[in-house]
Ligand binder design. Structure first.
Ligand code: AMP
Ligand code: MG
Length: 322
């Protein structure tokens, strides 16, 4: 059952309580409705991917209440400070370098060292962020591959029964997704920010504030950072073997389900795909830390298993040097 929450104090408080319990709430922002979950909680973030039926763990935008929370998570270059001062709160997302001890789930960042941050302007999104008191991961509140929702009715048409609640704030004002700028350039300074996705803040407005037009993403071939094409996805240093029903000598074996009792590590001993998604990056890091080649037990190609297998295949693929 998906609850419809009214845009009043009681609705905002109820949304915050659901989010604090690791639940999923669709919230109005000035761009589109976002499907929010606690960005620090692996299981909650795995729930976003499950509800949207996303076949891939691409990184999510983290929504924050204020600049202090943003500075606590990521390092701001001078350009990023200027952009934040000019456009936040608003429909601009900045990709920045994470600070140590950020506390975000690696599912939010897809295991990257960078994070996409935004301070939304919508009063209801801001009110929920304040009542919740932490960072919220929120991609658009639609099933994967469908059109982004700009009303609560759109959200329910796609996700009813799959999420805990939708806060009904009426139609979204902008209706476009946020503009995404990569401000992680070499050494975080000097280089022009790169436009990863055009959106609610037009390029002309960015150019006026920056004094120069944002750069276009590098042409394909060398580390394209365009959405969905991130070349720097987390990959372990060691070789990784998929669909391993038993480990070879010298391998560290990552199990899934009850058929792998001898596995040193497990994505989910019970064979639960949400648990496995939540554990994925932690278990890969732990396996990598052993310094041994890694073998992973078969994971079923259904539900979140598709995104898990997609990530495992990328981690197993031969990788470019540099
Ligand atoms: P959505 O939340 O569905 O509007 O999409 C978020 C977009 O931000 C995706 O296209 C991601 O690829 C992009 N994104 C999020 N985090 C990063 C990051 N650390 N580096 C580059 N792109 C990112
Ligand atoms: Mg989307």
């Amino acid at each position: 059952m998906t609850r419809v929450l009214a845009p009043d104090h009681a609705g905002i408080a109820a949304a915050a309580v659901i989010l604090q319990g690791g639940g999923l709430v669709a919230l109005p922002t000035e761009t589109v409705y976002g499907l929010a979950a606690d960005a620090r909680c692996d299981r909650a973030v795995a729930g976003i991917f499950a509800a949207k039926d996303r076949p891939r763990f691409n990184p999510l935008i983290v929504h924050l209440a204020d600049m202090d929370s943003a500075r606590a998570l990521a390092a701001f270059s001078p350009e990023a400070e200027t952009l934040a001062a000019a456009f936040w709160p608003g429909p601009l997302t900045l990709v920045l370098r994470l600070r140590d001890g950020h506390g975000l789930s690696p599912l939010v960042t897809a295991g990257l060292e960078t994070v996409a941050l935004r301070l939304p302007a919508h009063p209801l999104a801001r009110a929920v962020l304040q009542a919740f008191g932490g960072p919220l991961a929120a991609p658009s509140a639609n099933p994967s591959g469908r059109i982004s929702p700009t009303t609560a009715a759109h959200v329910l048409a796609g996700l009813s029964g799959r999420i805990d609640a939708v806060l009904d704030g009426g139609p979204c004002g902008v209706g476009l997704e946020s503009t995404i700028l990569d401000c992680t350039g070499p050494d975080c300074t000097g280089a022009a920010p790169v436009l990863l996705r055009p959106g609610g803040v037009p390029s002309e407005a960015l150019a006026e504030v920056l004094g120069t037009a944002p750069a276009s993403p590098a042409p394909t071939g060398d580390a394209p950072k365009a959405p969905g094409m991130l070349a720097s996805h987390y990959a372990p240093r060691a070789a990784l073997r998929l669909n391993a029903r038993t480990p070879d000598p010298g391998e560290v074996w990552i199990g899934f389900g009850p058929d792998c009792p001898s596995a040193a590590l497990s994505l989910s001993p019970q064979g639960d795909l949400t648990e496995a998604a939540a554990a994925l990056f932690h278990v890969l890091h732990a396996a990598d830390a052993t310094g041994k080649p890694i073998a992973v037990a078969p994971v079923p190609e259904r539900g979140l298993g598709r995104a898990i297998n997609d990530r495992l295949r990328r981690a197993a693929a031969p990788r470019a040097v540099g």
